[in-house]
Write a protein that binds this ligand. Structure first.
Ligand code: DSN
Length: 425
């Protein structure tokens, strides 16, 4: 049983905030987290995040800071860098980005000039806003050209079209990566195309960093990618934050350091860097590989139940931690109604647009869900199949209060038998 966080000073001083923390603890304890980008950190990571490092300013990098008093910040940041490089098999790491979006912004400004062309995956096909969506500030500065899937049924990227676009547009950078895509990318193909046009290769692996660290999926660096950006939470199971890794090019690494600070950010959040170092230490343990493999097995177990029930999955299924289901096309339930109904029974996931979605983003055709957090809770394939069946029971009886009451009880039971762990080592 996960013990509640000790917050005696907060309870005495600010009961409203303390109560909200207790409420969130209860929500996380009694419900199932299926948002594929969320997870539970260990108490050790939580302690580092809540440590006195939150008091400290440390602009600069280890050994060359603009403020005094850096004996301990340097220890923490050096350890985070060393562990990150070991985990992802690369020479350089910048662990200061505050999250994934700032990591991408700093990376673009380090490696490209305003007006340069960047190829990135279309948001509607699974890419991320920061891969050049027109609503972002980035799209006003760089010339983003988007690519997509050849066939949403197989999830295969249209590499031939990507190559033709690259030959025509002569991009400075080709970006691979996604936030709602359930298949592996052909990294060798990306590198081959990039070499033909002299482009830098960057992978945004925010969603699958933990799977790469746990060697459950391919590492883009093994195929010659130059740079990787990522968040440190999600599958990697660290604190909220970002990171930029460079395989071996020192010039790129230096430009990235300058771009993060002083280019984009001020003082790094040293308490979160301490949390990152702790999480990377956990990911270097052999148990982390088992966790990463289990995430994939669990996603496959959910895939089978949905496919057997005739629900269309984008990409035809999953090769990673997430699934994207066309619930509107298959069950006549909108993504928003599905999200609301499942929330009521204690299953948290998110509505999501699907490729070529006929519906609007605020009430799309799809739902996106995944297995990282329930795998952390110790769910195995049979438990995940059960969760998928309970989801379908709700989606097929969206207005039936009795079904929902029964499912809510079953979810509560699963939560009792699978408490959130306190430690992973
Ligand atoms: N918000 C993250 C996700 O849920 O995928 C991406 O930034």
């Amino acid at each position: 049983m996960s013990t509640p966080q000790l917050i005696p000073f907060l309870e005495a001083q600010d009961p409203e905030i303390a109560q909200a923390i207790r409420g969130e603890e209860k929500r996380e304890t009694e419900g199932l987290e299926l948002i594929p980008s969320e997870n539970y950190v260990s108490k050790a990571v939580l302690e580092a995040d809540g440590s006195v490092f939150t008091n400290k300013y440390s602009e600069g990098y280890p050994g060359r800071r603009y403020y005094g008093g850096q004996d301990y910040t340097d220890i923490v940041e050096r350890l985070a860098i060393e562990r990150a490089c070991k985990l992802f098999n690369c020479k350089f790491a910048n662990v200061q980005p505050l999250s994934g979006a700032p990591a991408n912004v700093a990376m673009y400004f380090a490696l490209c000039k305003p007006g340069d062309t960047i190829l990135g995956m279309d948001l509607g096909h699974g890419g991320h806003l920061t891969h050049g969506h027109p609503v972002t500030h980035l799209a006003k500065i760089f010339n983003f050209v988007r690519y997509g899937m050849k066939n949403p049924e197989t999830g295969e990227i249209d590499y031939e079209a990507l190559r033709e676009t690259a030959l025509r547009e002569k991009p400075k950078m080709i970006l691979a990566g996604f936030s709602a895509y359930s298949r592996e990318l052909d990294y060798a193909k990306f590198v081959e195309i990039a070499k033909e046009v002299g482009a830098i290769t960057v992978a945004d692996m925010a969603h699958i960093a933990g799977l790469i660290a746990g060697k459950a999926v391919k590492n883009p660096f093994d195929y010659g990618f130059d740079v990787i950006t990522t968040t440190t939470h999600k599958t990697l199971r660290g604190p909220r934050g970002g990171m930029i890794l460079t395989r071996e090019n020192e010039e790129y690494a230096k430009a990235i350091d300058k771009s993060v600070f002083p280019g984009l950010q001020g003082g790094p959040h040293m308490h979160l860097i301490a949390g990152k170092a702790v999480a990377f230490g956990e990911a270097l343990k052999p148990e982390f590989k088992e966790y990463a493999q289990q995430i994939l097995k669990n996603a496959k177990a959910m895939e089978k139940v949905f496919l057997d029930a005739g629900v269309r999955l984008l990409g035809g299924g999953t090769s990673n931690h997430l699934l994207l289901a066309d619930v509107f096309g298959s069950l006549g339930v909108t993504g928003k109604d599905a999200q609301t109904a499942l929330d009521e029974v204690g299953i948290t996931l998110n509505m999501n647009s699907i490729a070529d979605d006929p519906r609007k983003p605020m009430d799309p055709s799809g739902i996106r869900f995944g297995t990282p957090a329930i795998t952390t809770r110790g769910f195995k394939e049979a438990d995940c199949a059960k969760v998928a069946e309970l989801m379908l029971a709700v989606l097929n009886n969206i207005d039936d209060a009795e079904v929902k009451t029964n499912v809510r009880e079953e979810i509560k039971q699963l939560c009792v038998t699978h408490p959130i762990p306190e430690s992973f080592v």
